[in-house]
Design a protein around this ligand. Sequence first.
Ligand code: NAD
Length: 472
Amino acid sequence: MSTSQIISYEPATGEELWRGRRSNVDEVVARARRAWPAWAAQPLSTRMEMVRRFANEVRKDAEKLATLIARETGKPMWEARTEVESVVNKVEISIRAYAERTSQRKLDNAMQGTASLRHKPHGIMAVLGPYNFPAHLPNGHIVPALIAGNAIVFKPSEKTPAVGEALVQCFHRAGISAALVQLVIGGPEEGQALVAHEGIDGVLFTGSANAGIAINRKLAARPDKILALEMGGNNPIVLWDTPKTTDAAALVIQSAFTSAGQRCTAGRRLIIKASMYDAVIAEVKRLADRMIVGAPFDEPAPFMGPVIDNQAADGLTESFLYLLSHGGKAIKHMTRPRDDLPFLSPAIIDVTGVKDRPDVELFGPLLQVIKVDDFDEAIAEANNTRFGLSASLVGGTPAEYNRFWANIRAGVINWNRPTNGASSAAPFGGVGLSGNHRPSAYYAADYCAYPVASTEMEQPRAMFGVGLREEK
Ligand code: NAD
């Protein structure tokens, strides 16, 4: 039985941060339906102006919002600031993307009038957000959907309602009506109610594959509703020949442990050439040993904070032990300095000898290492997953990178760069269980509006060429 309230706790202290009542989904959707037509009828320039005002509101309150993000997620303050920056930058990127992907086009065609392509909004979009980037990721759906002329019903993760509320307040302060961007407080139950609601025209989801698949199943008989699923990954880093072992190790660390490994694009599996193993692993371990794990506002600043809650920390510890008891060899143990708080040390485990490695996303600071002998084996191992979000090759020759790029199944493929840190100015999405082929970021515009093709003439004009009898 779910209680009538949602309570959010600070991961770093365990203290209560926020509480609020669960929303009434029917009321929220009805309100959105009343508000939507007026917004859709606004000229595009007005809608653009309003989201620009929203960016200004976020800018004004940047430090306050970053502090709230840091407190509610546990991520270091420096990282929370970069999240706020992404929220602001999303606005101009989305305006550009709308113009490029979904703007109007006219094709003159003398005989058949004017042929034109325009786009229309879907209506009411339910945005379901994750906890790891509680402002930036839902915002990545909300801003393009607003520009396209949709109304928004936004349910943040039940673990980050305070940031969700603060984000929605920025839209309202910008002058966007309270009925047009509404907050839904709740957990999976409210998410399910939104997905099933007749008054919702589309679901824009960012979260785990399990939840995404459940939503996809629910909408299987509803092709009329647009569904964009941005899900997880089990992302490989293939490490090949390079003399620059220190840089290579730093890229591995950044991929695996930024945001305490709570990024969909985190490097989870290091697939490493046997001859590079000793040098690189020693360096990776040295860096991981130096890594500061701490609370968001600690000085000196931590590299990473806690994971989101004790349940997540328990699950990760169990996964580490599972791999260990199934043939894994610990390179760096996962430790938990305090049982009552979800701080975890970065953990590294060699799973080369583990048979039937579970192909699941272990969403935390846990890196699995697999030793291989040749490049084909490395590519096969990298593709040995149902997911396909991001992948990196570190080291290797241009020819090897070409082979890597051509053969890896993923929506983000990098060379000598981390698996994470994708640009908002590019499309962002994955194949396999990482998404449903509706990439977000730059291509979010595509799922926020549908194309309408028209041929148009000012006066009716028609002629038959063949197939009529002579007039009597
Ligand atoms: P989650 O799947 O638990 O929850 C995401 C949202 O969906 C929450 O708002 C939740 O309440 C709601 N929800 C859960 N079950 C639902 C259901 N059956 N029906 C409707 N709504 C439901 O995800 P999380 O734990 O908050 O976030 C972490 C996950 O998100 C990781 O798997 C990560 O890889 C993924 N993620 C993906 C991207 C991407 O862009 N591909 C980005 C960030 C995070």
